[in-house]
Design a protein around this ligand. Structure first.
Ligand code: PLP
Length: 428
């Protein structure tokens, strides 16, 4: 698709252009395997000498079509779908780091990602240094080690809503010859395209706004194609030296900066770990993508209206949404996300933990769910649910105080949502 098209056009028509008489909607290729005339034909696929399909654990046409759309939306050169956002984060890091390596990560990240990094990947021998995203340049600099292989952050952190200074983190990463990986789940490429600010790899939990209807768990990794692996060959031997499991292919040579990262992640990690998205889920994800630009606008408008309302309410201790001029991250949000940020707001109900739980129980429209970014409003108390494995100190470092209520504003009328919040607070 024409690269100069606006994001709206890419959401609706990216990734797929049917030929004469072909289906208008993307076909669901619900097949594990693909037929070949000769073993020689298939052998070329196994040697990565020809491109094509042979087994849906490695690649599937429906998944590739949807990945191509997200790739166009982000302005990247290659992309792959994964079974979940967790798989996307894991693959994105593990593709370039292994035992003995080190990663610098923002401390303001999704609880599941924090656990993946700090507990599970640590057990695999990869060390993580978590930095406060608002740290000084000197503190950020001090986090790097000779074996650092990447920097990781979230555009808008879930649930702290901390906005990452993408340019600053990209500059620090590049000064050390490593890529910046950004989880762009909350902003979506409709509101922010991290590659335009220097990020090298983008990950998504497509489970959130991209799907948008609470229907399918999924993830995606996109490569900007701008990181020069060969220029830092000693740091990234997996991309710059022969892969014995593929007859000595050197990914960065054979596929260039545009294709090396995703080809390696598909050929090695998807082959060995198998966290594939199903073609059915990819089809549903694509339905979500077709209206993403329309939905994001309403999610953001509802969140801004509710945040303003809560800010003036006497029973509310504090409100956080980057749309508020009182928000510490308002200026960064205006810079990186002028169209809006996300539909998730956080706030504290006066009376702390107990008041927050009572308030949530009084709501009738928003349901208590471990989810965000759904068409239906939902809310959560992270300290007693998703983040309950973290200590109070870790919660504070991640920007998730124990009185924090996370409200994901859906696509309902803001008039009804505000009236519901009003009665829930009145009954406290
Ligand atoms: C939900 C989420 C994830 C994990 O995604 P799953 O699809 O649930 O595995 C990662 N990052 C962010 C920012 C998220 O909100």
């Amino acid at each position: 698709m024409n690269k100069s098209y606006q994001i709206e056009t890419k959401c609706v028509q990216g990734g797929y252009r049917p030929g004469n008489g072909e289906p208008r909607q993307i076909p669901i290729v619900q097949s594990t395997t693909f037929r070949y005339e000769t073993s020689t034909d298939m052998g070329k696929l196994f040697d990565l000498e020809a491109s094509g399909y042979f087994y849906s654990r490695l690649q599937n046409p429906t998944c590739d079509t949807v990945a191509a759309k997200i790739c166009e939306m982000e302005g990247g050169t290659a992309a792959m779908l994964t079974s979940s956002g967790q798989a996307a984060s894991f693959y994105a890091v593990f593709n370039i780091a292994s035992a003995g390596d080190h990663i610098v990560s923002s401390a303001a990240i999704y609880g599941g990602t924090y656990n993946l990094f700090a507990v599970t990947m640590k057990r695999m021998g990869i060390e993580f240094t978590f930095v406060n995203p608002d740290c000084t340049d000197e503190e950020l600099e001090a986090a790097f080690r000779p074996n650092t292989k990447a920097v990781f952050g979230e555009t808008i952190a879930n649930p702290s809503l901390v906005v990452l200074d993408i340019e600053r983190f990209a500059r620090a990463a590049h000064a050390h010859g490593v890529p910046l990986i950004v989880d762009n789940t909350f902003a979506t490429p409709v509101n922010c395209r991290p590659f335009e600010w220097g990020a090298d790899i983008v990950t998504h939990s497509t489970t959130k706004y991209m799907d948008g209807h609470g229907a399918a768990v999924g993830g995606c990794i996109v490569d900007s194609g701008s990181f020069d692996w060969m220029a830092h060959a000693d740091k990234f031997p997996g991309l710059t030296t022969p892969d014995d499991s593929y007859h000595g292919v050197v990914y960065a040579e054979r596929f260039g900066n545009a294709g090396a990262f995703i080809t390696k992640a598909t050929a090695q990690l998807m082959r060995d770990f198998g966290s594939v998205q199903s073609p059915q889920s990819a089809f549903m994800l694509n339905l979500g993508l077709e209206s993403l630009h329309v939905r994001m606008e309403r999610h953001c408008a509802n969140a801004a209206a509710i945040a303003r309302y809560l800010e003036s309410h006497e029973k509310i201790a504090w409100v956080n949404h980057p749309s508020l001029s009182s928000c510490k991250y308002h200026a960064l949000a205006e810079k990186y996300m002028p169209r809006g940020t996300c539909g998730v707001i956080s706030f504290g109900v006066k009376g702390g933990r107990a008041a927050a739980e009572a308030f949530m129980g009084n709501l009738t429209i928003a349901a208590i769910e471990t989810h965000v970014a759904d068409a239906r409003s939902c809310c959560l108390h992270p300290a007693s649910t998703t983040h309950r494995q973290m200590s109070d100190a870790e919660l504070a470092a991640a920007g998730v105080p124990s009185d924090l209520v996370r409200l994901s504003c859906g696509l309902e009328s803001s008039v009804d949502l505000i009236a519901d919040i009003e009665q829930a607070l009145a009954r406290l």
